[in-house]
Design a protein around this ligand. Structure first.
Ligand code: CTP
Ligand code: ZN
Length: 140
């Protein structure tokens, strides 16, 4: 007999699925969850047919910004973002590392203008796996 309870379905909000189990809390950390009024569920070490173990994050009454989705791609490149409306999966987004990464990451060059002035970072993605980027400002 199946005795465990699975994590509940949500009515409206966002479900981030197929997170590598050990990246789950990192993904939770990049989301702006502090002000969310709805229920937030985080589960790790769930068994998955395709991934072995996976993590999942369900956030009621929140939609993600493009920035948040792009950040997820950098940590969990195979994650799926499901947008839930009235219990139905209205949209399923396969996260993707963008060609250009704005803000999210810092330049590794201490002399780069982005580390010394109020200028947000911008990188060109040279290769996605493993991730290689070039700074728009200092070209490192
Ligand atoms: N989900 C949820 N609440 C809902 C609907 C879906 O929490 N009202 C969750 C499901 O538990 C699942 C994810 O959202 O983790 C995606 O739902 P669905 O597309 O129905 O599941 P799968 O077909 O297994 O998705 P995939 O093909 O992406 O593996
Ligand atoms: Zn730079």
């Amino acid at each position: 007999m199946k005795k465990e309870l699975t994590i509940s379905a949500i009515k409206d909000g966002t479900v981030i699925d197929h997170i590598p189990s050990d990246a789950t809390f990192k993904v939770a950390k990049i989301l702006d969850l502090a002000g969310v009024k709805g229920i937030i569920s985080v589960a790790t070490n769930l068994s998955s047919k395709t991934m072995g173990k996976k993590g999942i994050i369900k956030v009621s009454d929140k939609s993600l910004t493009k920035d948040e989705v792009d950040k997820i791609a950098l940590i969990a490149p195979n994650a799926t973002v499901n947008i839930i409306k009235d219990y139905d999966v209205k949209q399923k987004i396969k996260v993707e590392i963008p060609q250009i990464i704005n803000r999210i990451i810092k330049c590794s060059n201490p002399n780069c203008i982005t580390n010394n002035e109020e200028i947000s970072t911008k990188f060109y993605v040279l290769r996605k796996e493993p991730l290689r980027v070039r700074c728009h400002y200092c070209e490192r």
